[in-house]
Every structure is written in structure tokens, then in C-alpha cells.
Design a protein around this ligand. Structure first.
Ligand SMILES: NC(=O)c1ccc[n+]([C@@H]2O[C@H](COP(=O)([O-])OP(=O)(O)OC[C@H]3O[C@@H](n4cnc5c(N)ncnc54)[C@H](OP(=O)(O)O)[C@@H]3O)[C@@H](O)[C@H]2O)c1
Length: 304
């Protein structure tokens, strides 16, 4: 496994991080928790030390399962979770970065994760109703108390990131970034390079499209989280994306990950994996990086 420094945090994270959204057991179709736990074991065995979750993933379930799995190895792993997305009894999710909500969220995350500190605590999404100054000030308090080691953000524009960096020592940004979806990182990645921030690419396989295993005729179910992904929303765009993946050097997941790992400034790719064989395949993709380059591609537009 290869490791990279995560910004100025002093944390050396594996280049492949384990994303655990699907571990929450909701929104990703059929889910086998036993298999998913085995995939976590496989991650640990292969040297993956960076695990990302969020309270909202399965409404607490992802943090809970991850906490149980990592408890015996707590001091050897890096746990990243998030704040600012809350849900009500009907399962509706909204943004809230108010001080009170952050305090409640941190306490609940620590309990579910069965730990007394979080290595990387990330603002999940901006909240237009709360001044960022207040939210960051609260996070700085968590950091002083020792409950949070480092502060990160997700889904921030370059402008908002600049603002956040003026308020606290933000160590990393987590952003949507893959071969098919590069817009969200266009300004943020260069800024991360400039400011030596960690850049964590999420949905590196475009939530499955870039595995080359998708059937263009199969649409995500009504509760599937992928319905919110613009790539899946429009059937024509989805079919085009599936064709793009089919045209990549196979296995497509290798090609997709190779693209990410080659981008200067990308610290790690956060991959959702709930099967052991997917962990092995993704490690193989990283290992194959020294192999001859199969060809260059930069976006969907290149082939359409
Ligand atoms: N900050 C944010 O707002 C945000 C948003 C989205 C995601 N994230 C984080 O990023 C993580 C990863 O993103 P994601 O889960 O959305 O999408 P992703 O990693 O692009 O795709 C996950 C899908 O790819 C499949 N897969 C993984 N490796 C494979 C391989 N080698 N061959 C075939 N299929 C493979 C997984 O299947 P199996 O599950 O069956 O293994 C899963 O269905 C999330 O879990 C979460 O931690 C953060």
C-alpha cells in the first residue's frame, strides 16, 4: 500500500481510502452486512488505514458498524466522519451547522464510533443559514478539547475554501472527482495544491458507472442514493457514461483509478467497497500503476 501525507495533519493516509456510505445499509440496493464487514477486514489486511463515514449514512448505522469493526485496531487507523447533515423521524435530511447541532452530532458520532477522538472531522456540506465563522469556532473548540484531531471540509467551492482556511487550519477537502465528473474539483484541486491541503476524491468510480459493470437499461430504484447523482438522472447521459466506461481499457475500474492517482495533488481515492473482491481489485489497480500506460483520456466529451 502507498501512503500520502494528508495536508499539514501529519497523518499518513493510504492512497485508497475505504468509503462506508453503503455500510449504512440504505440507499444502495441489496446489502449484505456480513460481506461488508468482511470487506472492512480485507481493507485492514491490505494496509488501508483510512476509513470515511458520516452520521447520515444509514442514519447512524455506518458509523456504528465501522466503530465495532475498528475498535480492536483503533490506534492504527484514521477515522474520518462528518457533521452538518441531520435527519428527522420521517427520514428527511437537512443542512445544519449551528453550534448546538454540531455539539449533538459530535457526541453521537463518538458514541457510535466507540472512540473518544475523531481523526478528521469534516463539514459535510455548507449551510447557508449559519455563519461559517460560528461553525468553525465550534469545531476549533472540539479540537482544543481533544475530541477532534483535524478539521476538514467537503463540497466547498474554491471561494468558500479560501474563507474557511482564513478561519482555521483546515487540513483537507473531500470533493466529487472522477473521470466523468471533474467540474467540482476544477478550481478546488489547484487551490489544494497551492495551499498544500489534502485532496480526497470521493465517488472515484462514479458510484459504479466506471466499473464497466453497469447496464444502461437498469435505472436506480426509488430509494437508491444514485438517483440524486446527475450522471444517473438523465437516461441518455447515463447510457453515454456506460458506453464511455465500456470503451476504457479494461478493467474500467483500473483505468478510472489510474486517472485519479496520476493527478497531481490527489492525496487519496475514497472508494465504496462492500465486497472483499472489490478491495483486492482496487489494490491491484494501484499496484498496476507502474505498468505501461494504456492511453490517455480526460473526460466524457473526449469520446462522444
Ligand atoms: N463528502 C461527500 O459528500 C460524499 C459523497 C459521496 C461519497 N462520499 C464518500 O466517498 C465514498 C465512495 O464514494 P461512493 O461510494 O459514492 O462511490 P464509488 O466509490 O465511486 O462507487 C462505489 C461502488 O463501486 C463498487 N465498486 C468498488 N470497487 C469496485 C471494483 N473494483 N469493481 C467493481 N465495482 C466496484 C462498489 O460495489 P460494492 O459495494 O459491491 O463493493 C459500489 O457499488 C463513500 O462511501 C463515502 O464515504 C462522500
Amino acid at each position: 500500500m502507498q501512503y500520502r501525507q494528508l495536508g499539514s495533519s501529519g497523518l499518513a493516509v493510504s492512497r485508497i481510502g475505504c468509503g462506508t456510505w453503503a455500510l449504512g445499509g440504505r440507499g444502495w440496493g441489496a446489502h449484505n452486512e456480513r460481506e461488508a464487514r468482511a470487506a472492512l477486514e480485507a481493507c485492514l489486511e491490505s494496509g488501508i488505514n483510512f476509513f470515511d463515514t458520516a452520521p447520515v449514512y444509514g442514519f447512524g448505522r455506518s458509523e456504528q458498524v465501522l466503530g465495532e469493526a475498528l475498535k480492536p485496531v483503533r490506534s492504527r487507523v484514521i477515522i474520518a466522519t462528518k457533521c452538518g447533515l441531520v435527519w428527522n423521524d420521517s427520514g428527511q435530511v437537512h443542512h445544519d451547522l449551528s453550534r448546538a447541532c454540531l455539539r449533538r452530532g459530535l457526541e453521537a458520532s463518538l458514541q457510535r464510533l466507540k472512540t473518544d477522538y475523531i481523526d478528521l472531522y469534516q463539514i459535510h456540506w455548507p449551510d447557508r443559514r449559519t455563519p461559517l465563522e460560528d461553525s468553525i469556532d465550534e469545531l476549533l473548540g472540539f479540537q482544543r478539547s481533544g475530541a477532534v484531531r483535524h478539521i476538514g471540509v467537503c463540497n466547498f467551492s474554491a471561494q468558500l475554501l479560501q474563507h474557511a482556511c482564513g478561519l482555521a487550519s483546515v487540513v483537507s477537502v473531500q470533493q466529487l472527482y472522477n473521470l466523468l465528473q471533474q467540474d467540482e474539483a476544477r478550481d478546488v484541486l489547484p487551490l489544494c495544491r497551492e495551499r498544500s491541503l489534502g485532496f480526497i476524491a470521493y465517488s472515484p468510480l462514479a458510484q459504479g458507472v466506471l466499473t464497466g459493470e453497469m447496464d444502461a437499461a437498469v435505472r436506480p430504484g426509488i430509494r437508491d442514493v444514485r438517483r440524486r447523482n446527475p450522471l444517473y438522472r438523465n437516461p441518455e447521459r447515463f447510457a453515454q457514461a456506460v458506453r464511455f466506461a465500456a470503451g476504457l481499457p479494461q478493467p474500467a475500474a483500473h483505468a478510472a483509478l489510474r486517472f485519479l492517482f496520476e493527478q497531481p495533488g490527489v492525496t487519496c481515492a475514497l472508494i465504496g467497497m462492500t465486497r472483499r473482491e472489490h478491495v483486492a481489485a482496487n489494490i491491484a489497480a494501484l499496484d498496476a500503476m507502474s505498468a505501461p500506460e494504456p492511453g490517455r483520456f480526460s473526460s466524457l466529451e473526449d469520446i462522444s
